[in-house]
Each structure stands twice: as C-alpha cells, then as structure tokens.
Design a protein around this ligand. Structure first.
Ligand code: SF4
Length: 440
C-alpha cells in the first residue's frame, strides 16, 4: 500500500475514553495515517470500546458487528479500549470479525500493529520516540470547532467500590505531572478551546500517587492562569474527598465553574456500606449545604445506582426524599450490573429487572421535576455563556450550570461559536434555558 491508509474511529463510553480516542488520532496522524469520517471508505476501522457495565459491553459488541458489516471487505477492523483491555484474547476468539484486539497497555505499539495489518511502509521517516499513552499530547478534540475539551489528569483508580471493575482493567491511579497537564491545556487553548473539563476515574484524589498532598487543589491553582482559558470544570468527585480546601479553591477561582459533579451512588447507609462507599443521605446533604453556604448558586450533578442487591422500596423512597431535599440540578440513574470479579456480583437478594426498571422510572420522574424547577429558577439571572455552536441559525451554548454532552443548554439570540456572552435568562423549557444577549 503506497498511499497513507485512512482510519475511521468510533468512540464509546465515558469522557476518559473520548480523551484516549483523541490521543489515538494524534498518534496515528503523527505517524502519517489519514482520517476517514465514513467507515465504508476507511482502510482501518477502529472501535474504542467500553466495558463498565453489561449494557455498555452489549453496545460495544453491537457496534463492532455493525462496523464489520459497514466496512469494505479488505479493510481492517481493530478493537481497542476497555473491553479489549479487560477481555483481550477471549474477545479476539469470540469476535473473528476483528483483525486485532489491542488493550490500553498496547497503545504505545498501536502504530506498529496497524502498519503490520495494512502492510503500509511510510516513505518518510517518522519521529523515533513514541511516548507512552498517558503522556501523549493531544491536539484533537470532539470536533475541530468545539470550544471545549476533556483533559484526563490521571489514569486508573485506587478505590475499591464493590460494584466496579474499572480498577481491574484501568489499574491503580497514575496521575500525570502538573506541567504535562498545563502544557496540554495551553496547546488546546492555542487551538481554540476555551473551556476545559478535567476528568479522571477519581479526580479529587489527583496527585496522591505523586506524593503531592495538595493534589487537585494545587493543580487547579497551577493551571487557573493559562491565558485564554475561560472556564475549568471538574467531573467525577468522590464525595468524601470533597474537602473544605477544594470547595474554597473551586468557588474562589473565578475560572473554575461552581459545578459540583458528586458521585453519590445512594443514600442508604447499609447499601453504601455494601457498595464500599462512604457516607449516607445526611452526610451527602450536609456536603451539598456546606457548598451552598460558600456558593449559593452552585450547580450540582450526581449519579445513583438503582437495584443494588438488598435494596427495598423504602430505600428507593429514601433516595427520592433525598433528591427532593438536595434539589440537585442534574442526576443520572443507572441499573445495578453484577460485574464479574467484583464483590457485589455475588450479593443477594437480587432485584428483578422489571422492578429495577420501575424504580428507575420513578426516580427519573422525581428528578425530572426538580431539574425543571432548578431551570425555571434561573429566569432573570445574567449568566456568562460559552457559545458551542449555531444550529439552524440559532446560537446554543452553556453557562457554568451545564456541562457538555450531558446537561441542558442555553439558547440565545446572537452569538458566534467559541465566544463568551453575558446572557439574561428570559425563560426555561424543560432542562434548557433561553436568553437574550446583554452587553457588559
Ligand atoms: S471510585 Fe469507585 S466507582 Fe469510581 S472508578 Fe474507582 S472503584 Fe470505580
């Protein structure tokens, strides 16, 4: 093959996987590979999979089989990501459609693997050193014009939540050096990004493995003055690690969004103990209230597991009551999935699927009402909005309250993608806000 092969990449799973995909694109582009938006036009089709829970694995396999159908017969199909890392040879055996299954640890050798698969020999010399994935810079982002990007500050997790298999395949926590993270943010900002979302499996524990006691607090202070950076947002905060100093730093630094993504999981003490997670509803409420004392308009998001073994109707009502008291802006609810090799996988009694589905619907309805009320309460406020895109001539953006891809949006009257506007909120529609631009 003389011409540079083209690669189509499909990404599944979480923000951290998105970052890995951006880095894979950077690695392959640097090695001379081209991009193909259409899988049927690509020489290599890569699927970056998710293995967090059963549902995600099912979606990964379905996507692999769909792309196996969609690709040209002579094109190569490569499976990467968490499913490849977690199941490796077993997955390769189960999916003969895949020409290669390459786990996260195999990424530094990804280019060599693709060269071997395609038989491509680039004419010009490539850079000798291929950095390890964790340290690899990325310049790609969701779409070239997206004014925001995720930055992964650490890989892996040292916690041991009983339902979670992530530490099994993503390993122990490995934090990236602050200088590395700052340079990546500077490069992204130079490329047009103005909002950065910091992600990791356990963000609030950032730096512990580096022996950096100040951890995430020092990191925020270290990157807050990057020129051109308009907003920093934090995802995946483990509640017990959200201490006063972190709250003071987040609410004290203007560039940091007063947006608290607290992974609470449940409120019932005995269930949380079985999940090997801290706290209870009272402690969670105290944390939310303490943050509100410092920042009355702070926005909150959380995620909850429903149908954990032993959960009763009363437990579900206790969670519903907590939601009404805490009045979080956003919340996601996920059915319990018995993950192979985790302590929770063998716990009893299991909750029947139809019962779990009914509980999910109930809790989502309770939260839906709260999210609408929280949106309606924004009417009359003037918010700083980043315009993400213009859809059918209508500018759409987000204030500090709305994270990309998972929360609502702000629809405004005028505004160019990538620009910041002061917007008076004039109305709300469900989760979304409507506003008109007001001059500073
Ligand atoms: S904090 Fe718990 S749920 Fe999150 S990645 Fe670590 S072990 Fe999994």
């Amino acid at each position: 093959m003389s011409d540079a092969p083209t690669v189509h990449l499909t990404t599944l799973g979480c923000a951290k996987n998105q970052v890995d995909s951006d880095k894979i694109v950077g690695l392959l582009t640097e090695a001379g590979y081209g991009r193909a938006v259409d899988p049927s036009a690509a020489d290599v089709v890569v699927v970056n999979t998710c293995a967090f829970v059963e549902e995600a694995r099912r979606e990964s396999v379905e996507t692999i089989l769909e792309l196996a159908e969609a690709k040209r017969s002579e094109a190569r199909l490569v499976v990467v990501g968490c499913m490849a890392q977690r199941y490796g040879a077993e997955l390769a055996e189960a999916l003969p459609e895949a020409d290669a299954v390459i786990g996260i640890e195999g990424y530094p050798g990804l280019v060599d693997r693709l060269d071997a698969l395609t038989g491509w020999q680039p004419l010009e010399l490539r850079p000798l050193r291929r950095p390890a994935m964790d340290l690899l810079f990325r310049t790609a982002r969701p779409t070239p014009s997206t004014p925001w990007a995720y930055v992964k500050v650490a890989e892996g997790c040292d916690k041991a939540c009983s339902f979670c298999a992530i530490p099994q395949f993503r390993g122990r926590q490995r934090s990236r050096p602050p200088t590395e993270i700052r340079r990546e943010i500077e490069e992204l900002v130079a490329g047009g990004v103005t909002e950065v979302v910091l992600v990791a499996q356990d963000l609030a524990s950032y730096g512990r493995d580096l022996g950096a006691p100040g951890g995430i607090v020092d990191l925020l202070r270290f990157v807050a003055d990057v020129e051109g950076l308009g907003r920093l947002r934090l995802f995946y905060l483990y509640p017990r690690d959200v201490r006063n100093e972190l709250v003071e730093t987040m609410t004290g630094l203007e560039v940091v969004a007063d947006y608290f993504d607290l992974s609470l999981q449940h409120v019932v003490p005995e269930l949380l103990r079985a999940m090997r997670r801290p706290g209870d509803g009272t402690a969670h409420l105290r944390l939310v209230e303490a943050i509100r004392r410092r920042a009355p308009e702070a926005a909150f998001r959380s995620s909850f597991i429903v149908g954990f073994p032993g959960e009763t109707d009363d437990h579900v009502e206790a969670l519903a009551t907590f939601l009404r008291e805490a009045r979080l802006d956003w919340a996601g609810f996920f059915p319990f999935s018995p993950e192979e090799g985790t302590p929770a996988a063998t716990l009893e009694p299991r909750i029947p699927d139809d019962e779990v589905a009914a509980r999910l619907r109930h809790l989502e309805e309770v939260q839906e009402e709260i999210t609408r009320l929280r949106a309606a309460e924004q009417v009359g406020r003037v918010l700083e909005v980043l315009v993400d895109q213009v859809e059918d001539g209508v500018p759409v953006g987000r204030s500090y309250r709305e994270a990309p891809e998972i929360d609502g949006v702000v629809v405004l009257d005028v505004g160019e993608p990538g620009t910041w506007c002061r917007v008076e909120i004039t109305g709300s529609y469900g989760h979304d806000l409507v506003g008109r631009r007001v001059e500073p």
